[in-house]
Design a protein around this ligand. Structure first.
Ligand code: AHG
Ligand code: MN
Ligand code: MN
Length: 367
C-alpha cells in the first residue's frame, strides 16, 4: 500500500472515536502522549553509544557505584531517562490522576501546576534493558486504568491502592518495540492494531490492522538456565517440546530467548509462539520474575485481544487481584492452545514416569 494511503495513529484514533459519539476524545490524546514518549525514547535508543546514554545510572568516573531501583535491580541510564520522558510527556495533560512505573518506588503525583484527571498510567519505561548495551531490541510497555471515582472527584493524591486493579479493568494497553524498526502495538479493548514509525515523518502509520495470533505453534521461549527450579507442570511441558517428534507432542519445536519480554511478545503477536517465565523455586520471596501491573497485565491484554491467551499457569493473569505495585507473578502467554495445555498440566496429576514400558514400575531401567 502506498504510504499516502495509510492511516496515521492520530487518524486511526479519531476514526475509532467516531464510532462512539459520546466519547470525549480525552483518551485519544492520552494515547498520543504515550506514543510521543515512545518516539522520544526510540530516538535516543537509535543513537546507541553516540547518545552517551549507555551503561549504568549513577556510576562514578571509574564505573563504580550505580543506582538500584525498588526491586533491587541496577538501573541503566536509559531506564532512568525513559522514565523521565514518560513522566514529562504525560504529566501536563490534565488527563491523569497519577502514574506508577518500574523505576519509581511509589506513585508519581501530578505536580500542583497541572490539573488532575480521571486516568492512571502505569508503565515499564524500558523493558529488556539488559539488552541496551549489546544493541538488541528493547521496548516500553504501558497500561491505562481508570482512577477510582472518589479520587477523580476529589483530585487527591494517588496512593498505591488506586493502582491495585485487576488487568480486566485496563482501558488500554500498548507497547513500543525499539527494534530494526520502531513499532507501536495498541489495544483499546477492540482488537490489536500495529503501527510502524515512519522516521521521516515522525508518525506511527497503521501497518498491522487487527492482528490475530495463530492458536497453534511450534515455537516456545523460556530461560532454560532456570530449569532446575521449575515446577513439575512446566518441566513436563518443556520436556515434551524437547522430545519433539519422538515424544507425546509428535512434532518438533524450536526455541527462542531474547531476554526482552516485549520483543518476545512481538514475535508471538506476529507469528505465534508461547512464552513462559513461570513461578519457580529459585527465590521463594519472588513468586515469578515479571511484574504484574506494568508487564504482565498490559501484555496479557494485548495477547487476549489478538486471540491469544495470558495466564499465571493457574488462572488468567488479568483475573489476579494485585496486592502491591511491584508485585511479581508467573507469566505464560501466546498461542491459545499452547497456553491452555500448560494450564491443564497445572491441574492434572503428573503423568506416571511416562507410559513407556522401559520406565514402568518394574523395568530394565528401574531399581
Ligand atoms: P526489565 O528490563 O524491565 O527489568 O525486564 C526484563 C525482563 C524481561 O524483559 C525479560 O523477559 C526478563 O526480564 C529476562 O530475564 P532473565 O535475565 O532472567 O532471562
Ligand atoms: Mn520489564
Ligand atoms: Mn524496565
Amino acid at each position: 500500500m502506498p504510504l499516502s494511503h495509510r492511516s496515521t495513529l492520530t487518524q486511526f484514533l479519531i476514526e475509532e472515536r467516531r464510532r462512539f459519539p459520546g466519547a470525549s476524545g480525552d483518551f485519544n490524546s492520552l494515547i498520543l502522549d504515550a506514543a510521543l514518549a515512545c518516539k522520544a525514547i526510540a530516538r535516543v535508543v537509535a543513537f546507541g553509544e553516540l547518545s552517551g546514554m549507555l551503561g549504568n545510572h549513577g556510576t562514578d568516573m571509574n564505573g563504580n557505584g550505580g543506582s538500584v531501583n525498588v526491586q533491587g535491580e541496577t538501573q541503566k541510564k536509559l531506564d532512568v531517562l525513559s522514565n523521565d520522558v514518560f513522566i514529562r510527556r504525560n504529566e501536563w495533560s490534565g488527563l491523569l490522576g497519577g502514574m506508577a512505573s518500574e523505576e519509581m518506588d511509589g506513585p508519581y503525583q501530578i505536580p500542583a501546576k497541572y490539573p488532575r484527571g480521571k486516568y492512571l498510567l502505569v508503565f515499564d519505561p524500558l523493558d529488556g534493558s539488559s539488552n541496551i548495551d549489546v544493541n538488541m531490541s528493547v521496548g516500553s510497555i504501558f497500561s491505562i486504568l481508570r482512577a477510582p471515582q472518589e479520587m477523580a472527584d476529589s483530585g487527591r493524591d494517588a496512593i498505591e491502592a488506586d493502582f491495585l486493579q485487576p488487568g480486566t479493568q485496563q482501558v488500554a494497553a500498548g507497547y513500543a518495540l525499539y527494534g530494526p524498526t520502531t513499532m507501536l502495538m495498541l489495544t483499546v479493548g477492540n482488537g490489536v492494531n500495529g503501527f510502524t514509525l515512519d522516521p521521516n515523518m515522525g508518525e506511527f502509520m497503521l501497518t498491522h490492522p487487527q492482528i490475530r495470533i495463530p492458536a497453534d505453534t511450534e515455537e516456545f521461549a523460556i530461560n532454560a538456565s532456570n530449569s532446575r527450579f521449575w515446577e513439575a507442570p512446566v518441566k513436563r511441558y518443556v520436556d515434551e517440546c524437547l522430545a519433539g517428534k519422538t515424544g507425546a507432542r509428535g512434532k518438533d519445536f524450536n526455541m527462542r530467548w531474547i531476554a526482552s519480554m516485549v520483543a518476545e511478545a512481538h514475535r508471538i503477536l506476529m507469528r505465534g509462539g508461547v512464552f513462559l517465565y513461570p513461578r519457580d523455586t529459585k527465590d521463594p520471596t519472588k513468586p515469578g520474575r515479571l511484574r504484574l501491573l506494568y508487564e504482565a497485565n498490559p501484555i496479557g491484554f494485548i495477547m487476549e485481544q489478538a486471540g491469544g491467551r495470558a495466564s499465571t499457569g493457574r488462572q488468567p493473569v488479568m483475573a489476579v487481584q494485585p496486592a502491591s505495585l511491584h508485585q511479581r507473578i508467573g507469566f505464560v502467554f501466546g498461542s491459545k492452545n499452547e497456553v491452555e495445555r500448560i494450564e491443564r498440566y497445572h491441574t492434572e496429576p503428573a503423568p506416571r514416569a511416562i507410559d513407556n514400558p522401559l520406565f514402568a514400575e518394574r523395568s530394565l531401567f528401574r531399581d
